[in-house]
Design a binder for this molecule. Structure first.
Ligand code: ZN
Length: 414
């Protein structure tokens, strides 16, 4: 796909990730820019009139004076799911805690029940409109986890749904195997047996070979898995060619972040209760900290100390954690704006966190999440003069156009 994007009010030149610490704020912009796309990749960009010849047979796309950024990357979601949990939403408003609801059979287990009953086709049907709305909100790459099946067949069914969704819509999807989400009721007396079955070498090798999953993940938390069990999951994943991710320190300081650093995890996600020691360990390991403030917004709880992580020099990433229990939020733009308000990230830092660093959290930083020659032309045109002016509008979808590999896949009016 060859194209020429003209009349760009401001081009935000987010560098490929990871972008760490103070550099997250140091993003150049070009006013009155133009950008050339050849074979679906960024070929050149700069002030209008300073570029060489446009690629042959190229379509001209008018940005109408809007802001141009990389396509957003939602690097932590549970988008494939079944059932709804609005009853819990109301119960929490009336005073019940997330832990209380889970103890009464709600929580993740309620979604597991619904996912086990749903066919793969039904999971696809339910996720497709969600992905369309995410795309319309500027997301061009998203990660989707399993973790609501908790049997070999049901976990595979979830990842096969992700694979099918790849063929049905333009958002690039990365599958993550999260069989170690909670301990299924039928295995409560044999936790290790469950992990050995679900993270057996032949299971993981097959997921990788059939491209159903690029990463393995574990929920390290009291009530789910211990740091030692998380290490077992990490070793199995790494031995079989899957990258390792971990849900760590969401509800308590349970030690998952240290396992992330020790095992060289690609990312450690949540971090609400992370301590100084774990922050240093993350830095030494080059693990991307992914903060998920949607949970704080949805559950009215304390968010991760993102400001501290950035000030300590880390490449913080942001994601929605879209899931029915603790963050039923599809809008990454809303999460970015909220991160500004609640985590005291600047709008530019929030943009870098949801593009370059989110891409690094998926090991795709060489292809997506930045503006550089040779990067995939995944781009968003926004109805705003600057990043600050965009993200100070909480909850408004400012997206006007979305390009995936140089092709216009969303065109919307107010
Ligand atoms: Zn999650």
């Amino acid at each position: 796909m060859n194209a020429r994007l003209v009349n760009i009010g401001q081009l935000v030149v987010v560098p490929p990730g990871p972008v760490a610490g103070g550099d997250m704020q140091m993003v150049p912009t070009i006013a009155g820019a133009e950008l050339h796309i050849a074979d679906g990749r960024i070929a050149a960009f700069g002030p209008a009139g300073t570029l060489g010849d446009a690629p042959a047979d190229c379509e001209t796309i008018d940005a109408e004076g809007g802001l141009l950024t990389p396509g957003l990357v939602d690097c932590h979601t549970h988008t494939v799911l079944a059932g709804t949990r609005e009853n819990e939403f109301v119960q929490r408003i009336q005073g019940k805690s997330y832990a209380q609801i889970a103890a009464e059979g709600g929580g993740i287990k309620a979604t597991v029940k619904a996912v086990r009953q749903a066919s793969k086709e039904r999971l696809v049907e339910l996720a497709l409109p969600r992905l369309k709305r995410m795309l319309a909100g500027g997301v061009t790459t998203a990660e989707i986890k399993s973790g609501y099946g908790l049997t070999l067949a049901d976990e595979r069914k979830m990842l096969e749904a992700v694979a099918e969704l790849r063929t049905l819509q333009p958002v690039e999807l990365v599958g993550t195997y999260l069989a170690a989400h909670v301990v299924p009721t039928e295995w409560l007396n044999n936790r290790q047996g469950y992990l050995e079955e679900m993270y057996a070498d032949e299971v993981l090798a097959d997921l990788r070979k059939s491209r159903l999953a690029a990463f393995g993940d574990v929920f390290c938390e009291g009530g789910s898995y211990t740091p030692e069990e998380s290490r077992f999951v990490a070793e199995a994943c790494l031995r079989n060619g899957l990258g390792f991710k971990i849900h760590s320190e969401q509800l308590s300081n349970s030690g998952g972040t240290r396992i992330a650093a020790e095992m060289g995890a690609v990312s450690a996600d949540h971090l609400e209760y992370v301590d100084d020691y774990a922050i240093e360990a993350l830095q030494a390991a080059g693990t991307i900290p992914v903060v998920l403030p949607g949970c704080s917004l949805f559950l009215d709880s304390e968010p991760a100390p993102a400001r501290l992580l950035i000030d300590d020099g880390l490449p913080v990433a942001l994601a929605t954690d879209l899931n029915p229990g603790s963050s039923m939020i599809e809008s990454l733009q809303l999460i970015m704006s909220y991160a500004c308000v609640r985590l005291r990230m600047t709008p530019t830092e929030a943009l870098v966190a949801a593009t370059a660093n989110a891409s690094a959290a998926l090991s795709r930083q060489d292809r997506v999440g930045g503006i550089a020659e040779g990067m995939q032309a995944d781009l968003v045109v926004l109805d705003a003069p600057s990043v600050d002016a965009w993200l100070c509008q909480l909850g408004r979808n400012c997206v006007r156009k979305v390009l995936k590999r140089g092709r216009t896949v969303v065109q919307r009016a107010e």
